[in-house]
Write a protein that binds this ligand. Structure first.
Ligand SMILES: [Ca+2]
Ligand SMILES: [Ca+2]
Length: 168
């Protein structure tokens, strides 16, 4: 009797009230193929096909998605872990940001500003300048194997893989 009363009192603390709506979405989120739930986001790491930023943007569109928006540090961590755990660390991957419209001002494909600095953008000792560092020559964003999948700017016309995300 005392135990059941205690459980009744504790349940709201450790049970229902400790679980937020976003936790529930994280658990329940079902992704349609070819997308996979990574950290609560439906993404596809494209390694079997390579192309320019525009080509990979079209490729993601054909899957019913778009190049991924990575403005969540937890997602970047989960995604890098997913890439390494599944042996997908064979390429750099285009993501959905460019500074084509205005040099130095990176925007996601949905129009939002890209957060700058750490923990999003990479820093490579050999280059000596934090990303983005390509000026008018590098206008497309990718996550780079050499940065352990932090973000860098790069030549839009180079062939790379891509991270697509599902568009509901
Ligand atoms: Ca640029
Ligand atoms: Ca760069």
């Amino acid at each position: 009797m005392i135990l059941s009363t205690l459980l009744f009192l504790l349940f709201p603390i450790f049970g229902v009230s400790g679980t937020t709506n976003s936790d529930l979405n994280f658990i329940k989120k079902k992704c349609r193929l070819p997308f996979t739930n990574v950290g609560g986001y439906c993404v596809q790491v494209v390694t079997v096909y390579r192309g320019t930023w525009s080509e990979m943007s079209n490729f993601c569109g054909q899957q019913g998605g778009r190049l991924a928006i990575l403005d969540d540090a937890n997602l970047m961590y989960d995604l890098a872990r997913f890439i390494y755990d599944n042996g997908l660390d064979v390429d750099d991957f285009w993501i959905g940001a460019t500074d084509v419209e205005e040099e130095g001002r990176f925007k996601w494909v949905d129009g939002r500003e890209v957060k700058m600095g750490s923990p999003f953008w990479g820093y490579h000792d050999a280059v000596g300048i934090p990303e983005p560092n390509g000026g008018t020559r590098e206008n497309c964003a990718l996550i780079w194997k050499g940065f352990y999948y932090d973000i860098g700017d790069f030549f839009c016309t180079e062939d790379r893989g891509a991270i697509c995300e599902q568009v509901d």
